[in-house]
Design a protein around this ligand. Structure first.
Ligand SMILES: Cc1cc2nc3c(=O)[nH]c(=O)nc-3n(C[C@H](O)[C@H](O)[C@H](O)COP(=O)(O)O)c2cc1C
Length: 254
């Protein structure tokens, strides 16, 4: 759930028996402010992102009692990913304990056939790609992924352009896929899990529900808005969830 730091949450999820995911690493709010004001250069911001990711990975290794994964968005807007990926691979390759814990890399929001992504599997990590359609699922399979996450339009964060909902998307993907498929988007409990298993998924992937946990570093304002929202499309919820990847002070009161 970039740009929020989900390290604490990921460790808690893994330690509770789930599979925790560390967000795409990004410059913190302070670094963004300094970038905007010209006080630091993009190269310096990138160095701080690298350093932060390194520290996150070290902490995860120390505090998690099981497996977890890392997300990289692989859009053209993220030119730093190849270098970050090399760093992760180097850290894993030189540390047995880390290799046993940080086993999974989820790519999203971009083209899975980019050549440098082949390194994920070549270096022994499990590679899943997040897809919003059966077309994209085929493309990801062709690129060689181990599995897919089919994420419907109900999901928080940046969603696909086409509003294909989870109930429609998941069977469309599972019917054609030859790799395991996890379902995401609007799932927040056991009922959602059972529903998506019946659509052919092998498990679920949840974001928004975890925002409202104690271990999540999201603001109280975001948490309250989610807890108090209903099932209807309400602008305040859509803003907080769909554009939830913006720092809190960028939210506009409605
Ligand atoms: C605030 C927020 C930020 C997100 N940022 C990312 C991201 O950086 N990369 C990504 O692959 N997915 C991102 N997502 C999507 C989640 O990974 C996941 O697909 C989604 O939360 C699942 O649907 P749900 O929110 O209904 O549980 C984000 C979701 C939220 C709520």
């Amino acid at each position: 759930m970039g740009p929020y730091d989900t390290m604490k949450l990921a460790i808690a999820v893994t330690n509770a028996g789930g599979f925790g995911m560390v967000s795409h690493p990004e410059p913190g709010e302070e670094a963004v402010a300094h970038l905007i004001s010209g006080e630091i250069k993009p190269e310096e911001a990138f160095e701080s992102v690298k350093q932060e990711l390194r520290e996150t990975i070290e902490t995860v290794k120390e505090e998690a009692n099981g497996h977890l994964g890392l997300n990289f968005r692989v859009a053209p807007e993220q030119p730093e990913v190849p270098e970050l990926l090399d760093m992760v691979i180097e850290m894993r390759n030189s540390d047995n304990e880390l290799r046993e814990k940080l086993i999974f890399l989820l790519t999203s929001a971009g083209d899975p056939s980019q050549v440098h992504l082949k390194k994920i599997k070549e270096n022994g990590m499990l590679w899943f790609h997040n897809v919003p359609s059966a077309y994209h699922a085929q493309k990801a399979q062709k690129a060689g992924v181990d599995g897919l996450i089919a994420t419907g339009y109900e999901a928080g964060g940046h969603v696909a352009y086409h509003p294909v909902h989870t109930m429609v998307l998941v069977p469309a993907v599972t019917e054609k896929a030859s790799v395991p498929v996890l379902a995401g988007g609007g799932i927040c409990d056991g009922k959602g899990l059972v529903a998506t298993l019946s659509l052919g998924a092998v498990g679920i992937y949840m974001g928004t529900r975890f925002i409202v946990t104690e271990e999540s570093d999201f603001s109280q304002r975001s948490k309250k808005a989610i807890v108090s929202s209903g099932e209807r499309y309400e602008k305040v919820t859509a803003t907080l969830v769909t554009e939830g990847s913006l720092p809190d002070q960028w939210f506009v009161d409605i």
